[in-house]
Ligand binder design. Structure first.
Ligand code: KG4
Ligand code: ZN
Length: 339
């Protein structure tokens, strides 16, 4: 079984081919980051238009790289939500058209399911069940994963997502959008204890997060100071330590609560080195395995969508659809009309 996966939920256009027996055969991606940078964030209409331009060449590129043609593809999987509605609709309409033209089933995939299955693209993949920490630009969630399609959200952010907090604080530090990775780089030369920011929600039980106060704390710390490189690096370090500490402690509690012996980290912030270091310590302490995708599969990509499509098809979990589904808001675990 071979599935082509299409991702277009935000500012990355990506296409990949995954084979149930051979694994990932190809993945092609175009990032729109440079286009949106001038505006300091993603401009939805520009994103949709660029997806239209990029999808077909990326499909050709991925098929060529996979040494495949349409006859060897068994199904088309695409990200049906959540995300920017225009961007999603481009991918959905494109996938439905491919399905119609190639006479193949079409599967709508939950973007976050894609993220949390991404570690399965790596050698030595985790088995079910596991605890997943999903940390992206739009979401921060701890998920109890008991099987494919069996997801229970244990806790999530009450305001900003971890990646959003990274990006907003990066902006305060004068870094271009999206500044998460650049902030992490800057933090490497910062001093750990020059600025100690609050650890939100650690003083109470539960697995909820709150990150919006941290950017305010960073703003207050920067106020009235000359923004030289040393101060910026110290604030970046202090901010990163606070986010990472909070995520690590909530993972520790969630492992204790669920008794899971595997911790899976996914989403763009999962590429953060400091977070990986700290979670390795937490996992060791809990006697758990730690799994995360390589950095390029932490951020949005087509490989995770092709993989999720292939797994769903193999499990007989989703009937073929020829309708166009796109949902800007879609809770993980709420399969709704797409079950
Ligand atoms: O998963 P993703 O590509 O897109 C969403 O579905 O949101 O995540 C993007 C987010 C951005 O906020 C970006 O700044 C953040 O992940 N990010 C990082 C790092 N690399 C990407 N945040 C912290 N450290 C990094 N190394
Ligand atoms: Zn994502």
């Amino acid at each position: 079984m071979r599935v082509i996966g299409i991702e277009s939920s935000c500012d990355e256009t990506a296409v990949a081919v995954y084979d149930a027996r051979l694994g990932l055969l190809a993945h092609a991606l175009h990032s729109q980051v440079a286009m949106h940078q001038a505006y300091g964030g993603v401009v939805p209409e520009l994103a949709s238009r660029d997806h239209v331009r990029r999808l077909l060449p990326l499909v050709r590129q991925a098929l060529a790289e996979a040494n495949s043609d349409r006859r060897s593809i068994d199904a088309v999987a695409y990200t049906a939500g959540p995300g920017l509605i225009g961007a999603l609709l481009v991918g959905a309409a494109f996938a439905a058209s491919l399905g119609l033209a190639w006479n193949k089933p079409v599967l709508g995939i939950h973007h976050l399911e894609g993220h949390l299955l991404a570690p399965l693209l790596e050698p030595d993949p985790p088995n079910f069940p596991f605890l997943a920490l999903l940390v992206s630009g739009g979401h921060t969630q701890l998920v109890d994963v008991t099987g494919l399609g069996e997801y229970r959200i244990l806790g999530e952010t009450l305001d900003d997502a971890a990646g959003e907090a990274f990006d907003k604080t990066a902006k305060l530090l004068g870094l271009p959008y999206p500044g998460g990775a650049a902030l992490a780089k800057l933090a490497e030369s910062g001093r750990r204890d020059r600025f100690v920011f609050p650890r939100p929600m650690l003083d109470r039980p539960g697995l909820e997060f709150s990150f919006s106060g941290l950017k305010t704390a960073a703003l207050v710390a920067l106020r009235g100071r000359v923004l030289d490189d040393a101060i910026r690096a110290d604030v970046a370090r202090g901010f990163q330590e606070a986010v990472v500490d909070t995520l690590a402690e909530k993972c520790r509690r969630a492992l204790e609560l669920t008794g899971h012996r595997r911790l899976v980290v996914a989403g763009g912030v999962g590429a953060n080195r400091r977070l990986r270091e700290r979670l390795a310590v937490v996992a060791r302490g809990a006697g758990a395995e730690l799994h995360f995708p390589r950095a390029e599969f932490c951020t949005d990509n087509g490989a995770m969508i092709a993989l999720a499509g292939c797994m769903r098809l193999a499990a007989g979990l989703q009937p073929s659809l020829l309708s166009i589904e796109a949902r800007a808001n879609w809770e993980l675990g709420d399969s709704g009309a797409m079950a």
